[in-house]
Design a protein around this ligand. Structure first.
Ligand SMILES: C[S@@+](CC[C@H](N)C(=O)[O-])C[C@H]1O[C@@H](n2cnc3c(N)ncnc32)[C@H](O)[C@@H]1O
Length: 238
């Protein structure tokens, strides 16, 4: 993935690169009844926040975090160093091999497309294996302009019903869903705002442009925090 170095400087400093809380991971594991010596992939793991939560919650499992961006994997290595059952590596989540009992993917499947991603992951699932992914959704009704502007970089975004259809089209059954609104976004954008402030002084024009762009994203979220949502979807092949 060809990302400007200034973008990587900002986002590599973050604990995570999108909204999500450890309790979202533990909720999913509980709903799926997953325990024991499993093989788990954190697909599009960024700097590995959820890889750590998965490895701690499943001490007998082997958890592999995979991301296309080497700078994120490098930044995350220190976090997994003390965890014997977690590892991070650079790789393409569109070409997973597995077999995995769980493919977890927070805020990343849209890079592949929901239907395309789920189709690609089917062959990487062990028998009985499941996928848990979070994906932006419109909540429906008359969306404020701030919500439309916020999601403009993701032109294919749909609502919860549309997301269900995309999952069904891939030949998966939805086991449960959880709407992620408010707290996970506040935590994420709080960290983004802090790092923007830390990098402002003496920033180059290119760095300033990246910081301004990210600050605009934070402002758009702040204009409609109850209307901007991820849906966490637990699904298994039909
Ligand atoms: C919004 S970030 C979420 C990161 C992390 N899951 C989190 O919640 O903090 C999406 C991640 O997907 C990664 N990504 C996008 N396409 C990818 C691909 N084909 N293979 C591996 N990683 C990919 C990006 O590099 C980025 O780190």
């Amino acid at each position: 993935m060809d990302l400007p170095p200034e973008f990587l400087t900002l986002y590599s400093r973050l604990d995570r690169q999108g909204p999500g809380l450890p309790e979202d991971v533990t909720w999913a594991l509980g709903r799926l009844g997953l325990t024991g010596a499993l093989r788990v992939c954190d697909a599009g793991c960024g700097t590995g926040a959820d890889t750590v939560t998965l490895a701690e919650a499943l001490p007998e499992a082997q958890v592999e975090g995979i991301d296309a961006v080497a700078a994120f994997i490098e930044a995350g290595q220190a976090r997994v160093a003390g965890l014997p059952n977690a590892a991070l590596r650079v790789g393409d989540m569109g070409a997973l091999e597995g077999p995995y009992d769980l493919i977890w993917s927070a805020g990343a499947i849209y890079f592949l497309g929901v239907t395309e991603g789920l189709r690609a992951w089917r062959a990487a699932l062990a028998p009985g294996g499941v996928v848990a992914f979070s994906q932006g959704v419109f909540l429906g009704g008359d969306e404020p302009q701030a919500v439309r502007d916020f999601w403009a970089p993701e032109p294919g975004l749909t609502d919860r019903e549309g997301l269900r259809a995309q999952v069904a089209e891939a030949g998966y059954e939805i086991l449960d869903t959880r709407l992620l609104v408010g707290a996970p976004w506040a935590a994420y954008y709080g960290s983004v705002a802090r790092e923007i402030a830390a990098l402002r002084e003496g920033a180059s024009p290119a760095m300033t442009a990246v910081l301004d762009n990210s600050a605009r994203e934070v402002e758009l979220w702040q204009e409609a925090p109850e209307r901007i949502a991820y849906e966490l979807v637990l699904a298994r092949p039909d």
